[in-house]
Design a protein around this ligand. Sequence first.
Ligand SMILES: [Zn+2]
Ligand SMILES: [Zn+2]
Length: 119
Amino acid sequence: MAVMTHAFARLQTANYGDLTAAQQDRFDALMREADTAGTGTAYNAAMVDAALVAGLPVPASKDIARCSCYTDAGGCGCDLIFDSHQDGVVVTAVNDPGFNLSQLQCPTCGHDHPRPIAD
Ligand SMILES: [Zn+2]
Ligand SMILES: [Zn+2]
């Protein structure tokens, strides 16, 4: 159980759509890098760089995700970039073998229209 204080209650997020095209390309490349980096420092480095490109303060978890509510995936079009270790995140697809990243919904989407993985 995480200890929450008022000082940390306001979570920092960013929106993919607010980034420039160049930032989006760089963010996508870094997330692909993190996805295929295996475990260890290369993964963390890619995640930290991705957070910085998105203008997101690097979370303590060093793990960020873009909401999986892509319009072309039938989602609501949410493009939130967020700390993937916060409460309320919903896993909509687990990572494939050899890849690091699962598909995640942000807490708002996970609350409003969750699409959890079906076993
Ligand atoms: Zn969302
Ligand atoms: Zn959504």
